[in-house]
Design a protein around this ligand. Structure first.
Ligand code: HEM
Length: 424
């Protein structure tokens, strides 16, 4: 048996054992937010069982506080579009399964309710209009070409570092007009800000605090420069010159900066890596794409669904309410598992398959719905489209030659490394 065959066999065995465990465990003991399920990609049977047997489920036995899991497509839509009942407010715990840790109270507009949310969101949304994205497209294409042209042939390299991180970080530096040579600091701050205690990214809460203080100081300096300069077309200047954000306190500024760094970084980066992995796992789809590059238009939304780079968003109930036959009490944590809704056959046909020419590829939940629906989604789609257009022009194939290392998180669903090779 060659190395690939034995790795595949081990993977299949791992999935079989996960299925056995998921179907043998009583539902009352389910903790679908356990990061290990995401790190070893064994989450699927747990969510499949929840969708079938208890689609609105209350977990009381996790190391974190009790939380509801909403796992079906239509119930997720219900929660995401009822912001009057389901709050995102940071003071109630925020938007991820764990309450924001004490001392980490940087409010950002993703973790605000109306009306404050909309005022702040509007200040940055001009960055993502179709007209402005048209202007950015040439720059994105040129940079993508440069990164791809520098890749080695016939040699194993890490796609995450060389392509996915590099391209998304360059993009972020442009959006912020951040010093280009120091752009990898943005990647680091993004990783640190979302790192869980046992993820290996930071050693302690103190280290995390110290690194994020450095981030705050750096952006504080840029803010002061931009406030005193003429308005320009970058995210910091947009916030510095708009009434809704000009007088933000430093914590709110930091919250919005971290939101935009994480929003623009982890998500697109992991979808890029996910697209290479998906096409390698489904070689018939890769061939279809080579035969018909016009399918890039539909592979982009399909891979965003397939990857679901943000596995969940969380809300807090503002009042008692009924969902899926359960009573959710005021103050309860409610987790919308986009990663599960995107595999719900009542919302999506053949949801477990990666099909690049689906009839309706955009009916996925990965960008959320309602007032917080991703403000950067068109930019993400543009970046993914360009990277595939430029890769198809240059490479006959890009081969995954080893197992990806996945992130230890049930929030960011992504990859630390993905070894690949481009044949000469
Ligand atoms: C494939 C890529 C991306 C995915 C899957 C994604 C996903 C999401 C999701 C799930 C939400 C929350 C939706 C909700 O609560 O209903 C969100 C919000 C947000 N995203 Fe993205 N995102 C992506 C790319 C980006 C990019 C490139 C940026 C910016 C550079 C960005 C910036 C934001 C911001 C600022 C918000 C908060 C919006 C609000 O609260 O009104 N995202 N995104």
């Amino acid at each position: 048996m060659n190395i690939h065959a034995s790795v595949r066999a081990a993977k299949t065995e791992l999935q079989r054992l996960a299925r056995e465990e998921a179907y043998a465990t009583p539902l009352k003991d389910f903790h679908p937010g356990a990061p290990r399920l995401f790190q070893n990609d064994t989450l699927w049977p747990w969510f499949e069982r929840l969708r079938k047997e208890e689609p609105v489920h209350y977990c009381t036995n996790s190391p974190i506080e009790p939380y509801w899991s909403v796992t079906r497509y239509k119930d997720i839509m219900h929660v995401d579009t009822n912001h009057g009942i389901f709050s995102s407010d940071v003071s109630l715990g925020g938007i991820s399964i764990r309450d924001v840790p004490p001392g980490y109270d940087w409010p950002s507009f993703i973790a605000m309710d109306q009306p404050r949310h909309s005022g702040q969101r509007k200040t940055v949304s001009p960055m993502f209009t179709p007209d402005h994205l048209d202007q950015l497209a040439m720059l994105i294409r040129a940079r993508t070409g440069r990164v791809l042209d520098a890749l080695p042939r016939n040699e194993t390299f890490d796609f995450v570092d060389r392509v996915a991180i590099e391209l998304t970080t360059q993009m972020l530096a442009t959006l912020f007009d951040f010093p280009f040579e120091e752009r990898r600091k943005l990647t680091r701050w993004s990783d640190v800000s979302t790192a869980l205690p046992k993820s290996g990214i930071v050693e302690s809460a103190e280290q995390r605090r110290a690194e994020m203080d450095e981030c705050a100081a750096c952006f504080g300096k840029l803010w002061n420069e931009r406030v005193n300069a003429e308005p320009s077309n970058d995210l910091i200047s947009m916030m510095a010159h708009n009434d809704a954000t000009r007088h933000m306190d430093p914590d709110n500024l930091m919250g919005n900066i971290v939101l935009l760094i994480v929003g623009g970084n982890d998500t697109t980066r992991n979808t890029m890596s996910g697209s290479v992995l998906a096409l390698n796992e489904y070689p018939d789809q890769y061939q279809k794409l080579r035969d018909n590059p016009a399918l890039i238009d539909s592979i982009v939304p399909e891979v965003i669904r397939w990857q679901t780079p943000l596995a969940h968003m969380r809300r807090t109930a503002l009042a008692d309410t009924e969902l899926g036959g359960k009573t959710i009490r005021k103050g309860d944590r409610v987790v919308m598992w986009y990663v599960s809704g995107n595999r719900d056959e009542d919302g999506i046909e053949n949801p477990d398959d990666f099909i690049i020419d689906r009839a309706r590829p955009r009916t996925h939940l990965s960008f959320g719905f309602g007032i917080h629906r991703c403000v950067g989604m068109r930019l993400a789609e543009l970046q993914l489209r360009i990277v595939w257009e430029e890769m198809l022009k240059r490479f006959e194939s890009i081969e995954v030659v080893g197992e990806p290392k996945r992130v230890y998180s049930s929030f960011v669903r992504g990859y630390e490394t993905l070894p690949v090779r481009i044949p000469a």
